[in-house]
Design a protein around this ligand. Structure first.
Ligand code: ACO
Length: 326
């Protein structure tokens, strides 16, 4: 059994935060941010959480697929910024959209999360276990940022993207996924420290309380992506028995325009084959690929039979590249 891509949906919080605004709260400028990253603005939630945004994106995808929510067999939410430790985000989405027959869980793989989630859904469908999956990426990164740290707070944004996929007789789905935990310190954000009657606060790292923020070794991440991602793209294209000429679009995680330009250059592909919306939304981690696909879908840029590369990369380190047929 193969998998077909039925519909997409996305949700972005209304509040726009532009580079000018950030230059008033940290020592930065529109010139620095846009020339180093390509980002000009991002959306920041002032109330809606990860599950709420995920459910809004999901509701749009379900409506466009014109399916009964009760037909959804599985909901996977890729996120590194859930609202709660319990319940998981996918269960909250389930209740909101009325998909009461679905099995629901979250998946944490930072900016590779959506590609990993899609591969998980594909594995269930390929094995004949489930027929219809709702796959979502949703992030509230604004709550994980130190808004006094100019090296990180300018990069990220909030948002959610969703997709309905279904079992199909035909289709192409080839992947190269990988992880390297030895480079885990390149991108970090602690959750809770061990705290119980046997462990006092003084024993936690530097006696801090439980709040921590995203820290990133920017240049390390940049070098890793530019070295690894073109290779994985070439590998999946070969696995699928295709050539680069067959690829309509490279839909990469929207981290940084310079990263995408470097990947395009390494592959000797025109930058026009790398759609971008990071100028408007910044880096939304696991949500960036499904948000971009939804925007492309609405512009009628996706046609049945198009071969598209999806590629996510980020904390862990993790990476995942998949060739799909739309
Ligand atoms: N405004 C002004 N100056 C800044 C800012 C800012 N917002 N941020 C950093 N600087 C300064 C630094 O303090 C430093 O100053 P110094 O030379 O006086 O010490 C100088 O700019 C250069 O800093 P670098 O970190 O070397 O800047 P770089 O050119 O590497 O750009 C960036 C930083 C944009 C983060 C880049 O390394 C990058 O894009 N890395 C990839 C990161 C990424 O894309 N991560 C996402 C993938 S993973 C995920 O999505 C979770």
């Amino acid at each position: 059994m193969e998998m077909r891509f039925v519909s997409t949906g996305s949700y972005l919080p209304e509040q726009v935060v532009d580079n000018e605004f950030l230059s008033q709260i940290v020592d930065t400028s529109d010139e620095w941010i846009s020339s180093r990253t390509g980002i000009r603005q991002r959306r920041v939630t002032i109330g809606e959480g990860t599950a709420c945004m995920a459910a809004k994106a999901a509701a749009k995808a379900i409506a466009r697929a014109d399916i009964d929510p009760m037909d959804i067999d599985i909901i996977i939410v890729a996120t590194m910024s859930p609202d709660n430790c319990l319940p998981n985000t996918a269960c909250e989405v389930q209740a909101e959209v009325g998909a009461m027959n679905a099995v629901c869980f979250d998946l944490s793989a930072a900016c590779s999360g959506f590609v990993y989630a899609l591969n998980t859904a594909y594995s269930f469908i390929k094995a004949g276990i489930y027929k219809t999956a709702l796959v979502i990426g949703s992030e509230v990164l604004s709550k994980m940022l130190d808004w006094n740290d100019r090296s990180t707070c300018v990069l990220f944004g909030d948002g959610a993207g969703a997709m309905i996929v279904q079992a199909s007789e035909t289709g192409i789905f080839e992947s190269v996924l990988g992880s390297d935990g030895t480079r885990k310190d390149a991108l970090t954000c602690a959750s809770r420290y061990i705290r119980n009657p046997l462990v006092s606060k003084e024993n936690t790292p530097s006696g801090e309380d439980t709040l921590d923020y995203v820290k990133m070794e920017g240049q390390e991440v940049f070098k890793f992506v530019v070295k690894t991602i073109p290779l994985t793209i070439q590998q999946v294209i070969e696995k699928a028995g295709c050539t680069q000429e067959d690829i309509r679009y490279y839909v990469l995680h929207q981290a940084n325009q310079r990263i995408l330009e470097s990947v395009a250059k390494k592959l000797k592909e025109p930058i026009e084959k790398f759609p971008m919306n990071l100028d408007k939304y910044g880096n939304t981690s696991a949500a960036s690929i499904p948000i971009l696909l939804d925007k492309m879908n609405k512009k009628n840029m996706l046609n049945r039979g198009d071969k598209i590369i999806l590629s996510g990369f980020g904390g862990g380190l993790t990476w995942g590249t998949t060739l799909i047929e739309w």
